[in-house]
Design a protein around this ligand. Structure first.
Ligand SMILES: Nc1ncnc2c1ncn2[C@@H]1O[C@H](COP(=O)(O)OP(=O)(O)OP(=O)(O)O)[C@@H](O)[C@H]1O
Length: 376
């Protein structure tokens, strides 16, 4: 098959808000018979940041490398602005894809000034190049360093120069692979916010790879949650966090508590009251999954707890087996009277109960997820 089509180029770019800037369809790749990317499909619109989020080794970087063109897929297609740039036969070479790259080891050229680093990928008359370099250094707040050398800059400043360098040729797509992982925590938050602002202003479509849920939540318009080479869920951070597809998806974002129950008549009884389990056959087990911040604690009043409510259901009693002060909150672990299991609750830091103290737990029913029991 021969594809005869014009090559993509920035000068031909027309922003079309209905055609994805980047689209991959059914991208797959195996190494030595082991499938590491398995029919991955996603779309990124201009000006949108999508985070490919997943544990180490799930195939995120391989997906990014195929889009960049430095790795070939075994099957599937890649489109930019609706035009095919790569399938298993046709392939636009990496340098003609107009894709900006920013990786963790973003190394600037040490022998070039900051200005020359940013100008590196630019073509055209010197005054136009200079204007673009100044514009970008302004955006990242580093214009004053234009004639300095990388070694004179802090890690965070170097990161911002790397961002300016990647954006200088006005890439239509930016691929970022764990770009902030070399920075310390406080600095990282600032750089993330600044980077986001610059990326939005440049209107590139951004695909950012990370294994950190906080980073994805902070940066992404859309999260694509990846596991074992597949995208298991995709959506706005709010939806992925609040309507997870399975127990593992909940656990990827936070600690979890699991209460197992047996289903009878689409309901399951628990010490916290009944839960709906629609579509689950009688006798099957379900896991009721709840995050520690959605467990409420109440004091024991001579062996009695709070009255049941519609929102929080019935209270169940337990005893504190561990309480740790975490700064903004305390993590309290409670051994439950009903089966000896230990549930975790996080509460604002003013509350730090002593060991052995009896407490009553209530769970936010609207924040519980009911899934078929894992391994059942
Ligand atoms: N060139 C290669 N040859 C053989 N195996 C590879 C190659 N590249 C990646 N792999 C394997 O493919 C799997 C996915 O790797 P990949 O780097 O895409 O994962 P990742 O999700 O980006 O992980 P990390 O966050 O640790 O970088 C891993 O098991 C890795 O060892």
């Amino acid at each position: 098959m021969k594809h005869d089509m014009p090559q993509p180029g920035p000068e031909r770019t027309q922003v079309n808000q209905t055609v994805p800037r980047l689209e991959i369809r059914n991208l797959s790749r195996a190494f030595g018979g082991q499938v590491v990317v398995d029919h991955v499909s996603l779309k990124v619109m201009p000006g949108q940041v999508t985070c490919l989020l997943g544990p180490s080794g799930c195939g995120k970087s391989t997906t990014l490398r195929m889009i960049a063109g430095v790795e070939m897929q075994d099957s599937g297609e890649i489109f930019v602005d609706g035009q095919l740039i790569c399938d298993t036969v046709f392939r636009v070479p990496p340098e003609r894809r107009h894709i900006g790259l920013m990786f963790q080891d973003f190394a600037l050229f040490p022998h070039l000034s900051v200005g020359d680093n940013v100008a590196f990928g630019l073509k055209g008359p010197a005054d136009r190049k200079r204007a673009r370099v100044e514009e970008l250094l302004d955006k990242v707040g580093l214009r004053r360093f234009i004639d300095e050398y990388p070694y004179q800059l802090s890690g965070g400043e170097q990161q911002r120069v790397a961002l300016a360098r990647a954006l200088a040729p006005k890439p239509r797509i930016m691929l970022m692979d764990e770009p902030f992982s070399g920075l310390d925590n406080r600095l990282r938050d600032d750089i993330r916010d600044e980077t986001l602002e610059v990326l939005k202003a440049e209107d590139a479509a951004v695909l950012l790879v990370t294994h950190e849920p906080e980073e994805a939540m902070r940066m992404a318009d859309e999260i694509a949650l990846m596991r074992n080479g597949k995208i298991v869920q995709q959506g706005a951070p709010y939806n992925v966090y609040n309507a997870p597809v399975d127990r593992q998806a909940v656990a990827f974002f936070s600690d979890i508590n699991v209460i197992r129950g047996k289903v009878q008549g689409a309901l399951t009884d628990t010490p916290f009251g009944q839960f709906l389990a629609p579509g689950v056959p009688d006798g099957a087990e379900v896991d009721i999954v709840i995050r520690p911040q959605h467990i409420k604690l109440d004091l024991d009043r001579g062996g009695r707890g709070p009255n049941p409510t519609v929102q929080d259901g019935v209270a169940a009693r337990g005893e504190v087996v561990r309480a740790r002060f975490m700064g903004a909150e305390s993590l309290v672990e409670i051994r439950m009277d009903y089966d000896g299991s230990v549930l975790k609750a996080t509460v604002p830091n003013v509350f730090l109960p002593s060991l052995g103290k009896p407490l009553w737990l209530m769970i936010r029913r609207d924040r519980c997820f009911v899934f078929p029991a894992a391994g059942a």
